[in-house]
Design a protein around this ligand. Structure first.
Ligand code: HEC
Length: 106
């Protein structure tokens, strides 16, 4: 009984912490912290970075044609000169920042 209660407490604590972390880490916050340096605040990289790294604007047809699933996979595993974010961000954080990036593609 004692062990069960302890595990319950740990499970509840973990659940609470996960909720807090997500609440403080909106897609916009993660994007600003981890993606903006290459992709630009509005989803358009500055010309120097665009040329040097091969980053296209979020609104580029070639980028817009990529599915959300594919973008999440590319951000997780890296693509071209984009580093992999696996282990640096959680799956939920990667998805949130990708969704924010996609919202910039207007
Ligand atoms: C160090 C620079 C850098 C950072 C930081 C960076 N990216 Fe990228 N990103 C790139 C480059 C370069 C490409 C183009 C890759 C290619 O097609 O060769 C790219 C392409 C993409 C694409 C294009 C679509 C695709 O899948 O083909 C998405 C989506 C994307 N990045 C999302 C993100 C997100 C979300 C973050 C933050 C978590 C991020 N990137 C951080 C450099 C970066």
């Amino acid at each position: 009984m004692k062990i069960t209660a302890g595990l319950m407490a740990i499970a509840m604590l973990t659940a609470t912490q996960a909720t807090t972390a997500i609440a403080q880490n909106t897609g916009a916050d993660i994007y600003k912290a981890k993606c903006q340096s290459c992709h630009g605040a509005e989803g358009t990289p500055n010309p120097g970075i665009a040329k040097m790294m091969g980053v296209k604007p979020a609104s580029d047809p070639a980028v817009k044609s990529v599915s959300e699933t594919q973008m999440v996979a590319d951000t997780t595993n890296g693509k071209g000169k984009m580093p992999p974010f696996k282990g640096k961000l959680t799956d939920a954080q990667i998805k949130a920042s990708v969704d924010y990036f996609r919202s910039l593609a207007r």
